[in-house]
Design a protein around this ligand. Sequence first.
Ligand code: DP6
Length: 331
Amino acid sequence: MYSKEYVIDQILSGKSKQIQLEKGTVYAPANIALCKYWGKRNRTLNLPMTSSLSIGLAQKGSHFAFEVLDEKLDRLMLNRTVVNDQDDFYQRLFSFINLFRTSSTPRLDININSTVPIAAGLASSASGFASVVKGLNALYGWQLNDSDLSILARLGSGSACRSLWSGFVEWQMGARDDGMDSLGLPLTCIWPQLRIGLLLASSEKKSISSRDAMALTKETSGFYALWPQQVSIDLTQIKKALVEKDFSTLGQTSERNALAMHATMLTATPSILYSTPQTTAWMQHVWQLRKDNVDVYFTQDAGPNLKLLFLEKDTENILQHFAEVEIIQPF
Ligand code: DP6
């Protein structure tokens, strides 16, 4: 069984852990999966059971600022609020950063400003960990390429390996036990008319993390055996739809993929249900609009929020039906 330290050593291959830049800021966009990552074949390295495909959210993501400290303890601020060293988030972040430090490396003052609601199923851990590895790359002056950074980001959170780029990114699951071939690959296709509508049902911390939820689903849902098959069909269709600019197929397949993922969760023991009455009311609304010939679809991650998928030409219509929607232009 390979460790995180082994993978890091392979990537850094002798690069120094001496600080080269005392202070800096980097940015990584959040991403929304159109074909989801749900379930791991290796929990230590976050190696997925299947490939997945996402769209980056351009201006929505994580700004990561660091500064070297002459003190004994690291400091962390998240969205201008001090995070206590007993907090889960503090511990998860610094145990990741510690993988890249020796006992003599100075402590850090870290300031993360996330423009996506933390822990609300809006993939903030993805942009968070992608921004951390970009920050470490700047701090140590490694000059690693985005593919290597993608592998490092995956060690923090699986979906983070897709947040090194904007636009469409495929996370190729890879086959190796050490995961050196499991990383993001940016797709060349662009779609300037594509719009994502964020519908926030709640920005409260979720009852079960996606990490625990996917493990429970894989262990207890009989339907999980069907998931890899579903992904392989959906991924092929989504990539074809991107090349052919076939929006209905893209939307239809992405929506079905998200619902299939949630179906595996509902059939876990105990059941996992992220949707609230607000979530299902929005779903019904989307389905009604489709009956009225509006080309709008949704996707949903591990939270009650929905992300609408539609084209620029339907913007006015969407705004009329969903007054609370926040519209993102990914290209
Ligand atoms: C539902 O990447 O947060 O958003 O690898 O355990 O950190 P860990 O999980 P995480 O899971 C994301 C799950 C998802 C689907 C997706 O983004 O593909």
